[in-house]
Structure formats: C-alpha cells, structure tokens
Design a protein around this ligand. Sequence first.
Ligand SMILES: [Zn+2]
Length: 335
Amino acid sequence: MKGILERALREINACSELSALENCRVKYLGKKGELTVFLRGMGNLSPEERPVIGRLVNEAKEEIETLLLCQKERVLKLERERSLKEEEIDITIPGKRFARGKRHPLTKTLDEIKSIFLGLGFTVVEGPEVELAYYNFTALNIPENHPARDVQDTFYITEDIVLRTLTSPDEPRVMEKTKPPIRVLIPGRVYRADDVDATHSPVFHQIEGLVVDEGITLGDLKGTFDLFVKKLYGEHMETKFRPSHFPFTEPSAEIDATCFVCEGKGCRVCKDTGWIELSGAGMSHPKVLERCGIDTTRYSGFAFGMGLDRLTMLKYGIDDMRLLFENDVRFLEQF
Ligand SMILES: [Zn+2]
C-alpha cells in the first residue's frame, strides 16, 4: 500500500498538464484504478485484517484526492502564466506609420489670400454655383448677344439657370443686399465648357474682389493690388496695368506682377517678359452699380478677379492643371 501511495504522489507531483493529472486520477482512483482494484480484492482478507487495511486504503485514497486537487491548482496557475507570457505585447516592435493628411495646395493658397484680404478689412462671402443667368450675365452688363453667353462656353441647366462661369455674379448679389462701404472677397468654383488639358478644366476656381465706397479710384485698386501681391509673394514684387476690356468694368485692366520665378529677369514661366498676368480688374461699371440701386453720383467701386488655380500653379511651379484635380496622394503629399 505504501508503495502505491508513494508512486502515486511522485507521479502526481510530476504532472504539468491537466490531461496528465486526469490520467493519474484514473490510474489510481478510476473504476479499474489500482486502489479500487485493491479494495475489491479485500474479500480475500481475514476479518481481522479487513478494517485495518480498509482504513489504510481509505486514507491513501483521501491523500491522493487532496494531492490531485492541490496539483490541479498549481497546473492551472502555470498555464495562466504561460498564456500571459505568450500574449505579451512587445512594445519594442516598430509601429505602423499612418499617412498624415495635408491641405490641398489650392486650399493653402486660398487661405493665404483670404488672410491677406481679411487684414485689409475685407469680408469673405460665397455665392451659389448654380446661378440665375440674370446674375451671371445681365446684372454684369453682359449684352444679350455677347459670346460669353454662348451655349458652347456655358453649361445651361435651363434657359435661365446656368453653372456660373465666373465668381462675379456674387458682386450684384452682395450689392443688392448691402449698403456701401462694401469690401468683399468672393472665392469659389466656376464652370466653363472647356476640354481638359494642361491649362484648362471645365471646373476651376476664381477669387473675386469688390470694393464700393465714396471716392474710390483706380489708384485704390492699384494700391490694394500692389499690397496684396507684395504680401503674397514678397516685398520686391511690382504690379503694372495693361488696358483691357470687360463688360462689367470701365475702365478695365489686366494686372501683371513681377515674375516671382526670375524676379523680373525673364524665364520660361514668364516667357522672358519678366511679368506674369495675375488678374483682370477695373472700376465697377456704373450700369452694374446702378442696377443694384447704388447711387453712382456718390459711390464708385473697383473689382478684380483672379484664377486661384493659376496663382497656385505659379506659386508652386506646377506645370499641369490636371494635377490639382486628380487627387493623386503622391502629388498632394508634397505640399
Ligand atoms: Zn520669369
């Protein structure tokens, strides 16, 4: 009996897995286990021996059961420790790098321009992209037979509704609602029936500026634009006016600025002239002001329009407009 007990204790202590422990239990205490078999064989013993041996066997049985329980707890604890170790997080493994979003170059340029004009006392306003033909043409003094109204250039929704072809329609919209002094900057998307190429897109962006107040002259336009260009591209920048014609301004001018690539010396970007065209502008046509109920004997104004896409391309040396719209991350992450 002592031999069985010692062997059982040794084997149980050596178990490191629950399945091995169960095997031990079956081996000694199961239906055909060694102790069970021993108990069954007790019929052969003499009546004097039976109680003595029976007590010994029962004590051995209890001892084995207690030991099985203790060992079971130990094994469970070991298994828990083992699984914790296996699932441990290795904090020294390099992490995954997440791609960081960046602002689109158009947005960056626009934000910069906005902040310059906000500093000059302008308010930023936005208008509808689907616009009444009245605001897009008539209110801007564009005559009925003007080529700008042609269906080949303009996306018509109905006869009276268009996708705006310029940001200028917001000028009369502002002037109808606001009394002078007016100082607004109007950025937005505009649409023209152009084919896509390196310098054209059916959708592009304009920034419009309008100032209406008493005693506004061409000098104010020149001064404002000069200051803007110096703030955007640097103090060395100069501007010059070239006579032009627009239905909604009189007189009208194209505003050129020093080429900021060659600083006026002449290069590929400015086609060796030293100047680049930045804006179409002029004094607001009295007919445009009057149509909005503005007293032109007291007030005058100037307006200018710029292509945000062009300004951005010039600023960053981008030579193909399509890059601004394709949203290729490899391109965009450079800014
Ligand atoms: Zn140049």
